[in-house]
Design a protein around this ligand. Structure first.
Ligand code: HEM
Length: 273
């Protein structure tokens, strides 16, 4: 076991974790207004509608694949009756499809960023660095899958090297030797993954920690015009006559709520945010 192995597989993961947790807490406390996806949907939505779901659903499957491949020991899946060969066939098939969807998705998103003027203008250097590392992690990940399957070079069972090392980190006894035995492609992919985790809190990837799940359940947001509608006589029937519903001032059935002269109730020069 060399000093480089100790630094890379025994020290670096903990430094990364400290930066990830410390950086996230720092960002949350000091930059709440910057904690956003900085959505560019208003500028362009046609390509976004294709690229974004492809990327996000793809990456969700990739994450589930990582959790199963890295966290669940080989002995457990064997005990459940899944042979090593069968495990790898399904992992490679599903992993490759999910990885390719993610890659195509991010390809569309980057193309959109480059070719749509306002989206390009809204892209910072920080965004560009993040895209480069994310793309590199995805490409290197797919390369490890190819390399591990034996399609390129010698076959490698990462569940005997990378996975035990990954689990050993959480009991604070890093199995450096196991990881050191993995081929170069796995080392490279893991290092890029660690770099991405270290950059995470300082990029707009933070939005992943606060996915707006509440959107599914929240009430609709009602928009109304900043300027009042011109005065008109309420129609007969369900709209009622002014004064019919004194307790109600908004919504369907409410009488017109402007001033008798027809102007808005609030001063026009005051912001209503
Ligand atoms: C320390 C962190 C990481 C480790 C130890 C790790 C490990 C692995 C391993 C062992 C594979 C091969 C899986 C197989 O052949 O079945 C793989 C594949 C892959 N990884 Fe990672 N990875 C890490 C982080 C990441 C990150 C951050 C991303 C993307 C943002 C990523 C994206 C991928 C992709 C796209 C594949 C190929 C498709 C798939 O298997 O799902 N990985 N990774």
């Amino acid at each position: 076991m060399s000093t480089t192995d100790i630094l890379l597989w025994g020290v670096l993961p903990y430094v990364t974790l400290a930066v990830l947790i410390g950086g996230t807490v720092w960002r949350y406390r000091y930059d709440q207004f910057g904690w956003t996806t900085r959505s560019s949907q208003l500028y362009e939505s046609r390509l976004l509608r294709i690229g974004s779901p492809l990327f996000h659903f793809g990456i969700l499957v990739v994450i589930v694949g990582h959790v199963i491949g890295l966290v669940v020991p080989e002995s457990w899946t064997s005990a459940a009756g899944l042979s090593e060969g069968a495990y790898h066939v399904q992992a490679i098939a599903l992993g490759t499809v999910a990885g390719l969807c993610t890659l195509v998705g991010i390809g569309i998103l980057i193309y959109r960023r480059r070719t749509t003027g306002p989206v390009f203008m809204a892209t910072t250097r920080n965004d560009k660095a993040m895209y480069a590392v994310l793309l590199a992690a995805l490409v290197a990940g797919l390369a490890t899958t190819l390399a591990g399957s034996g399609a390129v070079g010698e076959q490698h069972n990462y569940r005997e090297t990378v996975s035990p090392w990954f689990r050993s980190l959480f009991v604070l006894r890093p199995d450096i030797e196991a990881m050191a035995e993995a081929p170069f492609s796995f080392h490279l992919h893991t290092l890029i993954g660690l770099l991405l985790f270290a950059l995470w809190p300082f990029t707009r990837l933070v939005h992943a920690f606060t996915a707006p799940v509440g959107y599914l359940l929240r009430p609709y947001v009602l928009y109304r015009s900043r300027t009042a509608a011109p005065a008109r006589t309420p129609r007969r029937g369900w709209e009622g006559r002014p004064g019919d519903y004194p307790e109600s001032t908004t919504g369907a059935g409410a009488p017109y709520s402007g001033t008798p002269e027809g102007g808005p109730r609030w001063p026009r020069n005051r912001s209503r945010h």
